[in-house]
Write a protein that binds this ligand. Structure first.
Ligand SMILES: NC(=O)c1ccc[n+]([C@@H]2O[C@H](COP(=O)([O-])OP(=O)(O)OC[C@H]3O[C@@H](n4cnc5c(N)ncnc54)[C@H](OP(=O)(O)O)[C@@H]3O)[C@@H](O)[C@H]2O)c1
Length: 325
């Protein structure tokens, strides 16, 4: 089978499609013919050795996929060969076939495009876990999303509206902000401008932000931390801006707010039942048309490096997919 291979840590341009043996499922694992894989920011980190997961070289990147079950290992009963599924592998999904742990593979409800399904679980799972489980976002609260036009950010905008919040979306271009508006954002802020904190303050009418969803970190974090309301929750989701911010801890003390970590993959491992329940709910909403993920580009497997480069160069709105056939 063909797979995208990372043979040395480095930029996406170093990736190449190679012929490799089909992976074999061990006990409790599932082998899938991959129809499409979601491309995520962490994929850009894992190939550079900058992510918390560090597979041995050479390896195949790609965290999530949709496809059909080919083979199941001992002990797997929830899916069978031929079933349409979505799954999370951590790495290995940018390939014609992938293997994942059974607890990370779910049947796909009928009627969902596998390309959409492949791009869905990480973005919406992360943002649902962040807003619902970690922030306990309440109807009528204000939610500020930093990096709002990206994969997890646009999902946070849509889910924040679903939870009844007033959503302020921060993104760097008019086109990206227009995508946030289409996903339901109430207010738009150009956070590439130096005065962006004052622009948010003007929208708040003297109040603070109840929940900040921060997927970018870097120089954006401190101004956002200074916007927080009493009893607010600041969600640490990611550092797409590159730099992990250092926080003056007097800020949460003075304003009585919480800084809350979000790690969806680890939640899925530690709390599998809650994870499955969340995914079932999210995929149900997707199947009914209540959620409308934005997939702005589809690449063939041979152009995986270009897909990852587009993410690194901030050229993506919503999600991009690798389509295997
Ligand atoms: N905690 C978790 O469980 C979890 C799960 C999934 C992802 N993440 C993390 O969340 C972050 C976003 O992931 P994603 O998949 O949504 O990525 P994405 O689609 O690439 O979106 C990232 C957004 O960040 C902004 N950005 C600012 N500076 C950037 C830079 N130097 N390079 C790239 N983007 C930059 C971009 O929007 P503008 O151009 O508008 O600034 C972009 O839309 C990543 O750090 C990822 O590792 C965390």
């Amino acid at each position: 089978m063909k797979a995208v291979r990372c043979t040395a840590l480095g930029p996406p341009e170093g990736l190449a499609v190679q012929e490799v043996p089909s992976p074999r499922p061990g006990p409790g694992q599932v082998r899938v013919a991959v129809a499409a894989a979601g491309v995520n920011f962490p994929d850009t980190l894992i190939i550079q050795g900058k992510y918390q997961l560090r597979p041995e070289l050479p390896f195949t990147p790609g965290a999530e996929f949709a496809g059909r079950v080919l083979e199941v290992g001992a002990g797997i009963e929830q899916v069978a060969p031929g079933d349409a599924v979505v799954g999370f592998a951590g790495w290995g999904a940018f390939a014609e076939e992938a293997v994942a742990e059974g607890q990370n593979v779910q049947k796909l409800p009928p009627g969902i495009d596998p390309v959409v399904a492949a791009c869905f679980a990480m973005a919406y799972g992360t943002s649902w876990h962040a807003l619902q489980d970690r922030a306990r976002l309440q109807r009528g609260e204000t939610l500020l999303v930093l990096g709002a036009s990206g994969g997890v950010g646009l999902a946070a905008v849509e889910l924040g509206k679903k939870l009844g919040a007033r959503v302020i979306a921060a993104a760097s271009s008019a086109e990206k902000r227009a995508a946030c508006r289409t996903q339901g954002a109430d207010e738009l802020v150009d956070y590439s401008q130096p005065g962006w904190r004052a622009a948010v303050q003007a929208l708040l009418g003297g109040k603070g932000v109840d929940v900040v969803y921060d997927a970018v970190g870097g120089a954006w974090a401190e101004p956002a931390l200074r916007l927080m309301a009493w009893n607010g929750r600041y969600l640490v989701v990611g550092f797409a801006g590159g730099e992990i911010p250092r926080i003056p801890l007097n800020l949460p003390l003075l304003k009585g707010y919480s800084i809350v970590g979000v790690y969806w993959g680890e939640m899925a491992r530690r709390q599998p039942r809650e994870h499955q329940a969340s995914l079932a709910q999210l995929f149900g909403w997707l199947a009914s048309g209540a959620l409308r993920p934005v997939i702005s580009a589809r690449y063939p497997m041979a152009r995986a490096g270009e897909a990852l480069r587009a993410i690194l160069d901030r050229k993506v709105t919503g999600k991009v997919a690798l389509v295997m056939k």
